[in-house]
Design a protein around this ligand. Structure first.
Ligand code: TYD
Length: 208
């Protein structure tokens, strides 16, 4: 795709601080006068809403179906003609997404083969690869302590055991895809402002 704008994916385990980082980066870029759209997955569209109720435990479906629903949500996130990412990039926005296909690689391969999850998502990578994926790496202990400070009832994947597997899967997926994806691993165990400064420096150097 021919485009001038930037597409940045921010990734991490639950409690890594990625949502705060995505928001802080968007605010800084807006202050510089850029058109910026901060978005997230699961989305707030029809499929994303269904996913959120599954994550809360209100509905139960098998893990393979959850992976497939995340793929469907992502395709709509990309291709929706009203507010899809492709449309926003074409309109000159810098798009920052809080989670993209590395989240699928990391979370769903706790339950099924990573090769299958990657194959399912290959269409998304083909349609739009981020200019950079920023993986905010935190220990499962830091993840869990931040989650328990923010939520009374943990969601589906919010246990120390699962988050340990998810983190290892992120690192494995980053290694497997290193020839085609640009991924930077950031130490997220630091103060939020320090991580925010590093992200801003990285993005500022990207030339947009
Ligand atoms: P999260 O970013 O934690 O949203 P919130 O901060 O609103 O709770 O995402 C919710 C969960 O969705 C998280 O546990 C990871 C999971 N997830 C997947 O399992 N697969 C995916 O492809 C994506 C994008 C998220």
């Amino acid at each position: 795709m021919d485009r001038k704008s930037l597409f940045i994916a921010i990734e991490g385990t639950d409690g890594s601080g990625k949502s705060t980082q995505a928001k802080m980066l968007a605010e800084r870029l807006v202050l510089e006068g850029h058109k910026v759209h901060h978005t997230f997955e699961p989305t707030d569209g029809h499929i994303g809403k269904l996913l959120r109720s599954i994550l809360k435990g209100e509905k139960s479906v098998c893990q393979e179906s959850i992976a497939a629903l995340f793929l469907a949500d992502r395709l709509d996130h990309l291709l929706n003609p009203v507010n899809g990412i492709l449309k926003l990039l074409a309109d000159g926005y810098i798009v920052i997404t809080d989670r993209y296909y590395f989240s699928s690689y990391a979370y769903h391969s706790v339950y099924t083969e990573m090769e299958w999850v990657m194959a399912c998502n290959s269409k998304c990578a083909q349609i739009l690869r981020p200019d950079v994926h920023l993986f905010i790496d935190v220990t499962p202990e830091v993840s869990m302590s931040r989650i328990s400070a923010n939520r009374e009832i943990p969601e589906l994947y919010e246990t120390n055991e699962i988050l340990t597997k998810v983190r290892n899967n992120f690192l494995k997926a980053i290694e497997i895809t290193s020839s085609e994806e640009k991924v930077l691993i950031l130490d997220g165990n630091r103060a939020m402002v320090d991580v925010a400064d590093e992200i801003y420096d990285i993005v500022s150097r990207m030339g947009y």
